[in-house]
Design a protein. Structure first.
Length: 73
């Protein structure tokens, strides 16, 4: 029984620390963009279609120029 008097406050402190770390990570932008790094590893940096897709992702309101190839699926 005496161990519970120590273990329960320690567990509460660990949970509070985990919640604080979660909110710290969210506030610092750790979860802002989860998809781009996973997709970028699949493409060659020198591929013109990849460069056109990156340009379109950075500036979606700007129309693509005629000399660039459209991104391929």
């Amino acid at each position: 029984m005496a161990a519970l008097y120590v273990m329960i406050p320690v567990a509460i402190i660990v949970v509070a620390l985990a919640i604080w770390l979660l909110f710290w990570a969210i506030d610092n932008g750790q979860y802002d963009d989860l998809d781009s790094p996973a997709h970028n590893i699949l493409f060659d940096d020198e591929d013109p279609a990849h460069k056109a897709g990156l340009a379109e992702a950075e500036h979606p309101d700007k129309p693509a120029s005629r000399d660039e190839e459209p991104p391929r699926a």
